[in-house]
Write a protein that binds this ligand. Structure first.
Ligand SMILES: NC(=O)c1ccc[n+]([C@@H]2O[C@H](COP(=O)([O-])OP(=O)(O)OC[C@H]3O[C@@H](n4cnc5c(N)ncnc54)[C@H](O)[C@@H]3O)[C@@H](O)[C@H]2O)c1
Length: 263
């Protein structure tokens, strides 16, 4: 999919990997609809990017109506600019660790599980679900008749989740699992699906990690022995957008790191 003069909807775009993606696609001439619940950071990001080709839309991805009004706003903006939708990057997410049972033999509250699943899994599918009817209306582009690309964000935790990650790993494993059927559903429209599964990356989320967890991850890194950077994630998103042969795939972006069981 062409990047220049296409609009990309990016959830979680106020911070971390979503913001890095917004900056990278913007630098390639894209129009950016930033969707996030952090309004202040989102408005700041739009000011930094440049208001001519970026807009912020407040959203809580765990709320269907909230997604509906953000998508409606973004689609209206697309009509105003005439720069058709090129893709959706679903990067909004939360960690919220918790073991299935705690030291006092209390099970993980169902509210804690719902919180993670509602944002990471339901929020991803709901955003995609509400964007797709607009993407199917895009004029097909190029010899393959491409209409757009959906980039989802899974995690190493989908494959080697650590203690305390049952809810997070469940949400990210589901995102990995839905990649192929989503690509199959959308193939007839010329819409592709690419999922990225990062390991430890510098972001708002990883900044909240305890030293113990961060060190346990750094100890098992192969090469390079450091957290990934936002721009390295964004480079893979760009490849996912531009390379028409990437479809229905989950790409690990982890420098060969496999997360250990013990912290
Ligand atoms: N950073 C890592 O090490 C890492 C590793 C693997 C996967 N991921 C995934 O990458 C994605 C991006 O996370 P990040 O690391 O950039 O973290 P981040 O905290 O910097 O960014 C996440 C963004 O999502 C937004 N958000 C959270 N809940 C929301 C909601 N209900 N509605 C709308 N927006 C909401 C936040 O406001 C924030 O701007 C997440 O899905 C995360 O699970 C991150």
């Amino acid at each position: 999919m062409r990047i220049q003069d296409r609009t990309f909807i990016i959830s979680g775009g106020s911070s971390g990997l979503g913001l890095a993606t917004a900056q990278d696609l913007y630098s390639q001439g894209a129009y950016i609809a930033l969707l996030d619940m952090n309004t202040d950071a989102g408005e700041d990001a739009v000011t930094q990017l440049g208001k001519e080709r970026a807009r912020f839309f407040e959203v809580d991805v765990s709320d269907t109506d909230s997604i509906a009004s953000a998508v409606e706003g973004a689609v209206k903006w697309v009509k105003d600019t005439g720069m058709e939708l090129g893709g959706v990057i679903s990067a909004a997410g939360v960690g919220n660790p918790g073991k299935i049972v705690d030291r006092n033999n209390e099970p993980l509250p169902i509210s804690a599980i719902d919180f993670v699943l509602n944002i990471n899994l339901r929020g991803t599918l709901d955003l995609v679900r509400q964007c797709v009817p607009h993407m199917t209306q895009v004029k097909p582009l190029g010899p393959d008749g491409e209409r757009g690309v959906i980039v989802l964000v899974s995690s190493s935790a989908a494959f080697d989740g650590q203690p305390g990650q049952v809810a997070y790993a469940a949400s990210k494993g589901a995102v990995a699992s839905l990649t192929l059927p989503l690509a199959r559903d959308l193939a007839q429209y010329g819409i592709r699906v690419v999922t990225i599964a990062p390991s430890l990356f510098e972001s708002g989320m990883s900044a909240m990690m305890s030293d113990k967890v961060r060190k346990s991850l750094e100890r098992v890194m192969e090469f390079p022995r450091r957290a990934g950077r936002g721009e390295e994630f964004a480079k893979l998103v760009r490849q996912g957008v531009e390379n028409v042969m990437l479809n229905g795939v989950v790409v690990r972006l982890d420098g060969a790191m496999r997360m250990p069981s013990r912290l």
